[in-house]
Design a binder for this molecule. Sequence first.
Ligand SMILES: [Mg+2]
Length: 183
Amino acid sequence: MRKSSQGAARLKGIRFLVCDVDGVLTKGDIILDARGGESKQFSVQDGLGLVLARLGGLQTAFLSGRQSRVVDLRAKACGVELVMQGRKHKVPAFKELCRRAGVPYTAAAYMGDDLPDLPVCEYAGLFIAVKNAVREVKQAAHYITRASGGQGAVREVVEQILRAQGTWSQVKARVLGRTNATD
Ligand SMILES: [Mg+2]
């Protein structure tokens, strides 16, 4: 993850992680079949990352401009509490999610990849572009991930936030079934 000095400090105050779906939780491919069915491909490492986020005390949300049942299924599988779909305008949706989570915008991180995500940078305490994001989103971001969307970008962000907050070792230890891991 590329950090600006400002961005590094922002990690500490994050309590809520909002992820765009296509291009962030996926590589951006949408697989359609002739019957109108839709498939997406998710990363198992991102999935564990979302579980780790919760163990570390972060709330999580998915926010998509499109509508797909697989997104609800994925959220459920990863313990993601809040899901908002079919929202082309991301700013009002982001604000609503923050209200529902009971978290100020400044304590919310947002991960995006494309132009509809860009206006959220005015509000989110930490605005993150994935490696595969378009130029404008990268330019506005506090952070740009090393990993691409659908290939560990969410996991990377969760780890960075928990490390900055000093809870990573503890959370990792819980997953490993230990009580005293040091890294
Ligand atoms: Mg997207």
